[in-house]
Each structure stands twice: as C-alpha cells, then as structure tokens.
Design a protein around this ligand. Structure first.
Ligand SMILES: Cc1cc2nc3c(=O)[nH]c(=O)nc-3n(C[C@H](O)[C@H](O)[C@H](O)COP(=O)(O)OP(=O)(O)OC[C@H]3O[C@@H](n4cnc5c(N)ncnc54)[C@H](O)[C@@H]3O)c2cc1C
Length: 405
C-alpha cells in the first residue's frame, strides 16, 4: 500500500456521484475519507442517464455491474413525436449496444448515486445535513468550519459538490468567472400511475426552443424531462416559481403537455438547474482540489456527466495513492491526465447544445433529418461511433488490488 501518512484524512464535500466514488477508492487505498453532504439524506430526483464507456468500467471495478444492470433499463428506441403523438423521427438503440459490446445501460441518476453510496456508507464517516462554511489552509492541513458540527482539521479537502460547488467558491473565488451558461434550463420530476406508458422508449416532443421527454420506469413510475432555451433570466429558486416557469413555457404545447403539467402540479420534488459548463485554469489550489461537476461540469448536454465524475474520482484517488504524500504532485498528475479529454467533451457538448432543443422550426426539421439518417446503418456508425468512444486509457493503479473490499 502507498505511504499516505502525510495525507491521510480527506474531507469530501458532496455525496452525489463523484463524492462516493472518491470515498470508495480512497478507502481502498488506505486513506480516511469523510463525506459531508448538505442535504439531510441522499438526493433523489433527476432524469435517467446513459451509462457506458469508462464509467461502466469503473463501476465494474467497484463490483457494481450486476446491481446496475438489475436497476437499469435497456432502451429500445429514441422516438420524437409530433403534436398528435405520431412518430416524427427516431432511431433504434441497437447500434449503441453493438458499438459498446453490450456494455450500455440506462438508469435513473438517483439509483446510480444510491448504489455508489452503498459502497462506502459503512466504511467511512458520513455527515448529512451539514456543509463547509470556511476553509483555511495552514502548513500541515486545512482548518474547516462546518455549519453545524464545529471546526475540524483535514489533510486534504476535495470539492465534489456539483455545478454550484461551495468548495470552489471558497477556494477559487466567485462562480461568474468560471461558469459558462449555455442558454438552457433543465428540469426533471417523477410521477406515479401516469398513462400512457411506452416501456423502454425515450419519447421526446419539441417545439422551437423547448423539449419535453418521457421515460417509463418500473413500479408504475414515469420520469419527465424538460429542456428549454432562456435569455439569461435569473434561476427561479422556489418550487412554485419553478413550476410557474414550466407552465409558461409548455402551456401552449401539443402532445401530452397538458397532462404532464397537471402531473407537475402534484410533484413535491423537482430537479431544476441551468445548463452550464465550468471552465477553470486549475482544478486544485494548495490542499484543496475539485472533481466532477465542481471542477469541469460539461453540462447535461454531454450526456456523460456522471461517468466523467466517476472517472475523475478514480484518477484522483489513484494519483493520491501513488504520490507518497506529495499531494501537489498527485493533483498535477490528475489534471494532466484528464484535462485534454475533458476539454474535448466540453467542446462536443457545446456543439450538441443546439440539437437538444433547436431554437427554430428550421433547426427542428434539420435535426429530425439528421436523426432519420441514423436509420442508415453505416452513417449512424460513423456519426455515433466517433462520439461514443472515450478517447482515454483508464490508468491502472495499485489500489486495484484492494477493490471489492
Ligand atoms: C438531485 C440531482 C438531480 C440531477 N439530475 C440530473 C439530470 O436529470 N440530468 C443530468 O444530466 N444531470 C443531473 N444531475 C447532475 C448530475 O448528477 C451531474 O452532472 C453528474 O452526475 C456529476 O456528479 P457530481 O457528483 O459531480 O455532482 P452532483 O451529482 O450534482 O452531486 C453533488 C452533490 O453535492 C451536494 N452539495 C451541493 N452543495 C454542497 C455543499 N455546499 N456541501 C455539501 N454538499 C453539497 C449536492 O446535494 C449533491 O448531492 C443531477 C444532480 C442532482 C444533485
């Protein structure tokens, strides 16, 4: 095992996707991670994510694949419908399965977060309903003031607290300079006993500048997703205000918009956030480093935020395990390994932004033409194959020998 005596205790802020993954791998390498989560319990809600590539590989190394496949779904088709619910465009997803050798699954974000947390909850200190309010680095550690649990000292502090990271704010300054807003808002909620159901089909309906998606879950649940263009208006903060914004955007919509909005009125939980990227010059400062969305959010439109969060957690843990206490070296290696890969993903997400909810009728029609072209097998392989392969070799670290403990 690596000598990590000079940096044993690690405070991880955020128990979403990146945080528990980092906790797992640090624990495996002999560190003492503490997870602190602002919410009173693991956050549920959010839409489904497609899971493949290096994220899938890391989950496999964590011994989670059987569980992930058990709670996941094998989507058959992406179907875009018109005002009357008729198919306007779409494609079968068999191709994804072929391109990934069957290592492809769709699952609710909340399930992935829960399964990752299960892996660490009994072997690390976990603090819910609390957060860091100040950080002060000194020669031998970071003095941290917690909102409810007083002052503590840690060797290292890692921000895994998402797009609006507090650790980033405290250590690196105001968010405005680092956040690039892509001009869309995303919202998601879950409803019970909704009809109709279309098992294993992603349904999407759109009008210029707005789309709504529906995905059927087990246990008579249905997930809804909204993505719509905005002109830099401030994000509404209360549930009622957020619902009002969605009503304003979708009230005139066709398809199932009226019944989706009626379900929304009954919802008590709604995920609602801006579609933004985080672009930083450096992902670490002294004894503080960032992973996942906190460091480099690529945005929902990259469709891979969770996998990237897991990759960054795995690589940071590996580099720390091999650094013999030289945390600065570990942080530098972590960033050098991932930055070019992440920047490619960010550029792709920006290019793809318009295709998710095109802002004009012409844009919608063009997007549908492209999707129809996906029915031509060679073309689809060419178009999707380029995007689906992760252009990164997952490093092998010593900590692999500690997996499944
Ligand atoms: C409830 C929820 C629903 C989501 N739904 C979607 C979705 O439908 N589609 C999509 O593409 N992406 C969604 N995301 C974002 C997606 O999970 C991330 O892009 C991706 O998984 C990266 O993971 P992460 O661990 O870096 O960040 P996140 O998954 O965002 O996790 C960050 C965690 O940090 C916690 N946190 C925040 N601030 C603090 C603080 N100050 N102190 C302590 N803890 C803090 C949050 O409560 C959260 O648990 C959602 C995120 C959340 C939290």
């Amino acid at each position: 095992m690596s000598n990590c005596s000079a940096m044993k205790t690690v405070l991880i802020s955020g128990a979403g996707i990146a945080g528990p993954t980092l906790g797992f791998w640090l624990k495996a390498a002999g560190f003492e991670p503490t997870l602190i989560e602002r919410a009173p319990a693991l956050r549920s809600g959010g839409y489904v994510i497609d899971f493949w590539g290096l994220g899938y590989d890391i989950a496999e190394r964590m011994g989670m694949i059987a569980e992930i496949n058990r709670v996941g779904y094998k989507v058959r088709e992406l179907r875009i419908v018109n005002d009357r619910g008729r198919r306007a465009a779409g494609f079968g997803t068999k191709l994804f399965t072929e391109l990934t050798g069957g290592r492809y699954v769709t699952l609710p974000r909340s399930e992935l977060s829960r399964l990752l947390f299960e892996k660490i909850k009994d072997s690390a200190e976990v603090i819910f309903d609390d957060e860091i309010i100040s950080l002060e680095e000194n020669a031998d550690g970071v003095q941290v003031q917690l909102k409810h649990s007083g002052e503590r000292r840690f060797d290292l502090v890692i921000g895994a607290d998402g797009l609006h990271s507090t650790v980033r704010k405290l250590a690196f300054g105001p968010p405005e300079q680092l956040e690039k807003n892509l001009g869309y808002i995303v919202a998601a909620f879950e409803a019970r006993r909704y009809r109709p159901r279309d098992e294993d089909v992603y349904l999407m309906y759109d009008q210029p500048g707005r789309m709504v998606g529906r995905f059927t879950l087990r246990n008579d649940q249905t997930l809804f997703l909204f993505v719509f263009a905005v002109d830099g208006d401030p994000l509404p903060s209360t549930l009622d205000q957020q619902k009002a914004v969605l009503h304003g955007k979708y009230a005139a919509g066709g398809w199932e918009c009226p019944s989706v909005l009626a379900e929304l009125d009954r919802a008590t939980e709604l995920y609602f956030d801006s579609v933004s990227q985080i672009r930083m010059r450096s992902w670490s400062k002294g004894r503080v480093a960032l992973i996942g969305d906190a460091a480099f959010c690529v945005s929902l439109l990259a469709g891979q935020g969770s996998a990237l969060a897991m990759i960054s957690a795995y690589v940071l843990a590996g580099e720390l395990a091999e650094a013999n206490g030289q945390y600065q070296q570990a942080f530098d290696n972590y960033e050098a390994r991932l930055r070019p890969f992440i920047e490619t993903k960010q550029r792709a997400a920006e290019r793809f932004a318009g295709a998710f909810a095109p802002k004009t009728r012409w844009g919608l029609s063009f997007r549908n033409q492209v999707i129809r072209a996906f029915a031509i097998p060679g073309l689809a392989t060419l178009a999707i194959g380029r995007e689906i392969n992760d252009n990164l070799q997952l490093p092998e670290y010593d900590l692999r020998s500690f997996q499944h403990r």
